[in-house]
Design a protein around this ligand. Structure first.
Ligand code: 5AD
Ligand code: SF4
Length: 356
């Protein structure tokens, strides 16, 4: 590997930071086949912060209704071909309870932007989950909402919130999210963090028009925003969407980006997302080898999984039972950690509160 590349990787490993032209250079030069040193630094970093532990999140996809019309997503409101469903709170609770009994200590409640679930309904649900599943962390992934709603759900006991910014380019954001506003998206993220949620941001890899320069900006934005969690995944074109004929995002580029994110944000909780696992059947293993430390098996009922069609052929492996997951994680040289897996900044805050 050429000297300049090696030097930049060593610098990134040492400082957890690079300037934009340096990141751009890495993004342009590194191919998956030549990324051995990058992945080695990323693994070394994750072992320093998280040892070999891998955290699990049980993903419950509770409604596929959505008021938005994102150009890439099969749940967009103009897709009349998807069979819509909503789980009632009792059914959501049942999913959470069985995940809890199986040993999960984080549940992620995910849906399209569906106003059917008012703040009161969700707040009650969160309180019930907290009561029936003591010690379970609740993560929400339900899209944009007014600050008051975010606040109310936080007060009800929600611990974390995932809201991908999708892309840092205002131009691309506005092109692919008709009727939505980039500034408002970023404002939501800021508010979630201010309220006290462990907050997750992230972007799609391979949106048409997303150059390496944009990717460098994605990385710098993450560095500056300093989220607790980052979710990224390759675009998987869905035939019933305006991006149906686009090429898929590169899963190899996604692994490279995961490693760069690990180096920029050594303590971040970094999942191997379903999209990665869908395009590569060894997605979990390769993602972990690139510095990821979280996997998110889907635990919603089979008929929901089929209908929660963000893209086609969503990974079958994400539905695996725990013993199978454990086997794969251990075979890859890691170990399952069944604790809540809170972020470092959250843990520091809690211990400061206890001692102060
Ligand atoms: N391909 C890849 N990722 C997608 N998402 C939505 N549709 C697609 C697609 N076709 C991602 C978005 C969203 C997350 C839940 O799924 O980033 O935030
Ligand atoms: Fe709705 Fe999210 Fe899909 Fe956009 S990506 S259409 S907000 S479910």
């Amino acid at each position: 590997m050429e000297k300049k590349l090696e030097g930049l990787l060593a610098k990134l490993y040492r400082n957890s930071h690079l300037e934009k032209p340096e990141l751009l250079y890495l993004l342009e030069k590194i191919t998956y086949q030549r990324a051995g040193l990058l992945f080695a630094y990323a693994r070394k970093t994750r072992v320093k912060t998280y040892k070999r532990r891998v955290y699990l999140r049980a993903l419950v996809e509770f409604s596929n209704h959505c008021r938005n019309n994102c150009w890439y997503c099969g749940l967009r409101r103009d897709n009349k071909k998807v069979a819509r469903y909503r789980l009632l709170p009792e059914a959501i609770l049942a999913c959470c309870s069985s995940a809890y009994q199986a040993g999960y200590r984080t549940v992620v409640l995910q849906s399209g932007e569906d106003e059917f679930y008012a703040a009161t309904v969700l707040a009650d649900l969160i309180q019930t989950i907290k009561k029936e599943c003591p010690g379970m962390a609740v993560t929400l992934s339900t899209g944009e909402a007014p600050r008051e709603k975010y606040y109310r759900l936080y007060r009800a006991g929600a611990d974390r919130f995932l809201l991908r910014h999708e892309t840092i380019s205002t131009d691309l954001y506005e092109r692919y999210h008709p009727g939505m506003n980039h500034e408002q998206r970023l404002q939501c993220l800021k508010e979630l963090k201010e309220i006290g949620y462990q907050t997750g941001a992230g972007f799609i890899v391979g949106l048409p028009g997303q150059t390496d320069a944009v990717l460098a900006e994605e990385l710098l934005f993450l560095k500056e925003f300093d989220p607790d969690m980052v979710g990224i995944g390759p675009l998987i074109p869905h035939p019933e969407t305006p991006l149906g004929n686009s090429s898929a995002g590169s899963v190899e580029k996604t692994f490279i980006l995961l490693a760069l994110i690990r180096l920029l944000l050594p303590e971040v909780l970094l999942p191997v997302t379903t999209a990665v696992n869908t395009l590569d059947r060894h997605g979990w293993e390769k993602g972990l080898a690139a510095g990821a430390n979280v996997i998110m098996p889907v635990v919603s009922p089979a008929e929901c999984r089929r209908k929660y069609e963000i893209y086609k052929d969503k990974s079958g492996v994400d539905y695996a039972a725990l013993p199978e997951i454990k086997r794969r994680v251990e075979k890859a040289g890691f170990e399952l950690d069944m604790s809540r897996g809170d972020s470092y900044s959250y843990k520091r805050l809690r211990s400061a509160e206890r001692s102060g």
